[in-house]
Design a protein around this ligand. Structure first.
Ligand code: CO8
Length: 257
């Protein structure tokens, strides 16, 4: 299957998706979101893939939802089509997804990065939710996920002013896991992704599910969930193998990876 708005490659158990609408700074139009979901469906169902990386160009991860596509929509159109609800599916993926962000991650582009499990950024990355300057507001989870990630004061400031965060400030604020020189971003992200993909996939997916619980419910419910899922990991071969390998001082040979 070929795509018009992105490139899909496989690198040692890692699915690498590169957003590719350079003339529009990777603005997210409905075709790109549809193709991204198709690519992610494919990677999720491929047992040879243990981790996914989404990246853009050196200038832009994505400069937002496609303003030209949205500009003339009417309320009935946007309401009936549930415009961009397909983007929500990206956040519900079960395999881990890393966003490798260089350049602009604005509006829907920032929200796409926030839907991934963690963000590695190039030192030239810029994050922001400038929707209010267009007379609208973030709608792919930005007001919620940014607030969870940064706390109310910083999230509110960014949403109300449209100010952009540098990579360094984004890392300090906890939005970004690590910052690299731009020319090392992809190599470092693939290195981390391949490390994750070499581990037991059920354990990796359980970690993702459990950490995400912290965003979705109360602390007591999250703690109960974490305990239950920890109990269930003892039903896997990989738990026996991982712990035996430690005791026997040898590398683990995971069955499900
Ligand atoms: N949509 C469509 N086209 C875009 C977008 C965009 N978001 N961003 C850039 N482009 C296009 C430009 O129009 C331009 O095209 P052309 O050459 O045909 O004029 C091309 O990309 C290059 O852009 P610039 O010339 O502007 O490049 P600069 O380097 O001068 O500036 C910026 C780069 C600062 C990133 C600038 O392009 C910009 O401000 N872009 C818009 C950023 C923005 O406001 N993003 C938020 C969009 S709204 C949103 O994401 C809402 C999400 C919720 C949607 C859910 C709906 C239900």
């Amino acid at each position: 299957m070929s795509y018009e708005t992105l490139l899909l490659e496989v690198r040692e158990r890692v699915g690498l998706v590169t957003l590719n609408r350079p003339k529009a700074l990777n603005a997210l139009n409905s075709q790109l979101i549809a193709e991204l979901n198709q690519a992610l469906d494919r990677l999720e169902s491929d047992p040879a893939i243990g981790c996914i990386v989404i990246t853009g160009s050196p200038k832009a991860f994505a400069a937002g939802a496609d303003i030209k596509e949205m500009a003339e929509l009417t309320f009935p159109q946007i309401y009936l089509d549930d415009f961009f609800s397909a983007a929500d599916r990206i956040a519900n993926r079960r395999k881990p997804i890393i966003a490798a962000v260089a350049g602009y991650a604005l509006g829907g582009g920032c929200e796409l990065a926030l839907m991934c499990d963690f963000i590695y950024a190039a030192d030239n990355a810029r994050f922001g939710l400038p929707e209010v300057t267009l007379g609208v507001l973030p709608a792919i989870g930005g007001t919620q996920r940014l607030t969870h990630a940064l706390g109310k004061s910083k999230a509110m400031e960014l949403c109300l002013t449209g100010r952009q965060l540098t990579a360094e400030e984004a890392e300090r604020a906890g939005l970004v896991a690590r910052v690299f020189p731009a020319e090392q971003l992809l190599e470092k992200t693939l290195e981390a992704a391949q490390g994750i993909a070499s581990k037991s996939l059920p354990a990796v997916m359980m970690v993702k599910e459990s950490v995400n619980r912290a965003f979705e419910g109360s602390l007591s419910e999250g703690l109960r969930f974490e305990r239950r899922i920890f109990h269930s990991v003892f039903a896997t071969h990989d738990q026996k193998e991982g712990m035996a390998a430690f005791v026997e001082k040898r590398p683990a040979q995971f069955k499900h990876r």
